[in-house]
Design a protein around this ligand. Structure first.
Ligand code: NDP
Ligand code: MG
Length: 389
């Protein structure tokens, strides 16, 4: 008897999460088939993946590369498209699960398209929730979509959060590895290089999120992400540094029980959970050997050295457009740091000065959010120009 394959679309197929997703699909080819794959600039890699997985549609974000994509796919039946319209079309095709793994606010419209057709969206693209959390969650409800968190912390919480008894949850505790600069003072961070910042001790990730982990903005974005995903108050979200990245997060209940999800730091576990949900599937990750690890340690966050986490919390408290502005300014600042135009420690100052320069009136629509994102990027570029003088 033929097994009906689950139809999967991967937005951001050439990235770290995208490739881990395709690794699982490759190993389970009798269970999954690929509908659409997208990338931004890696056109050769995208075409090769589309051919390997027999995709129906391949979309390249950079429109100047459409002709190359068409050439690479000539002689196959794979359709090619480009630009934001193409990315939205990819999300719109009838896949049951859409892996939203584009990095940054660029993923917002395609992710929203998948939500609006009521798909199951495996959400890695945390920036979507940060800049449009209220709107995205409203649309999830309105269209009966299912949102499965892929981010390891939120996937952990999803696995142990008793939604039927949400009132008995006292706290959600997000763990943080502390990144490559854990234990360093603010002053010692003034001269760190992009290569040092992206060398994460536990996780192998894309450049932007690796820098976010080094500044701890990543944990700040994750606090906001948790606030939107789970029925909890802002004050119920704690962050705890746990350098081994074995406990991926915890939920504390009113009777004092603390439930956690543990595992080796490999994104293929939360991705497998999201692809197979509500079932489970096998994933080729290193099995956790606590005896080998020996001890798990914990410490408080140093908010003086890692100001981005405090900025993100403040933006969440301020509400309205503040998280969207924080996110846009951070994307601009991280890109400037990666191209050696901004010091590591100035990422936080660009973000806070951009927040101070922008109006935080709450967005009412998706186009409102995108307008706020555009204005905040301009304001952040102005901050970069001031620092370059
Ligand atoms: P990568 O940088 O490795 O990959 C990003 C993907 O998005 C690539 O396919 C890239 O295409 C595509 N892309 C980049 N810019 C655009 C754009 N403007 N329009 C359309 N597509 C674009 O990122 P990661 O895989 O590390 O992260 C993806 C998302 O998942 C992020 O939001 C991140 O925060 C989140 N996440 C990642 C984790 C990880 O372990 N990596 C863990 C938890 C969350 P191309 O390759 O052609 O440039
Ligand atoms: Mg995470």
């Amino acid at each position: 008897m033929d097994i009906v394959k689950k139809r999967i679309t991967v937005l951001g197929a050439t990235g770290s999460v995208g490739l881990s997703t395709l690794d699982l699909v490759r190993r389970n080819s009798s269970k999954f088939s690929i509908v659409s794959l997208t990338a931004y600039s890696k056109v050769e890699e995208l075409a090769a993946l589309a051919v390997e997985f027999g995709a129906e549609l391949a979309v390249i974000g950079d429109e100047t590369k459409l002709a190359t994509l068409r050439n690479l796919l000539a002689g196959t039946s794979i359709e090619a498209a480009a630009g934001e319209g193409g990315l939205i079309e990819a999300a719109d095709r009838d896949a049951e699960v859409v892996m939203a793994a584009i990095v940054g606010a660029a993923g917002l419209r395609p992710t929203m398209a998948a939500v609006r057709r009521g798909a199951t969206v495996a959400l890695a693209n945390k920036e979507c929730l940060v800049c449009a959390g209220d709107l995205l969650m409203q649309e999830v409800k309105a269209h009966g979509a299912t949102l499965l968190p892929v981010d390891s912390e939120h996937n952990a919480i999803f696995q142990v959060f008793d939604v039927k008894r949400a009132s008995s949850v006292e706290k959600v505790i997000l763990t943080a590895s502390g990144g490559p600069f854990r234990g360093r003072s603010y002053d010692s961070l003034k001269s760190v290089t992009p290569a040092e910042a992206i060398a994460h001790p536990n996780w192998d990730m894309g450049a932007k999120i690796s820098v976010d982990s080094a500044t701890m903005m990543n944990k700040g974005l994750e606090v906001i992400e948790a606030y939107h995903l789970f029925p909890i108050k802002k004050s119920q979200i704690d962050v705890l540094v746990h350098p081994q990245s074995v406990i991926h997060s915890m939920v504390e209940y009113s009777d004092g029980s603390v439930l956690a999800q543990l595992g080796s730091p490999d994104m293929r576990t939360p991705i497998a959970y999201s692809l197979a949900w509500p079932e489970r599937m096998s994933a080729p990750v290193k099995r956790l050997s606590l005896a080998e690890i020996g001890s798990l340690t914990f410490e408080e966050v140093d908010l003086k050295a890692f100001r981005c986490l405090a900025l993100a919390r403040d933006a969440m408290e301020a509400g309205g457009a503040a998280p969207a502005i924080l996110n846009a300014a951070n994307e601009v600042a991280v890109a400037a740091f990666l191209s050696e135009k901004l010091r590591f420690v100035d990422i936080s100052s660009v973000v806070s000065d951009t927040l101070a320069a922008c109006d935080i009136k709450a967005p009412q629509s998706l186009s409102n959010v995108l307008e706020i994102d555009r204005i905040a990027r301009e304001a952040a570029e102005n901050q970069l120009a001031l620092r370059a003088q």
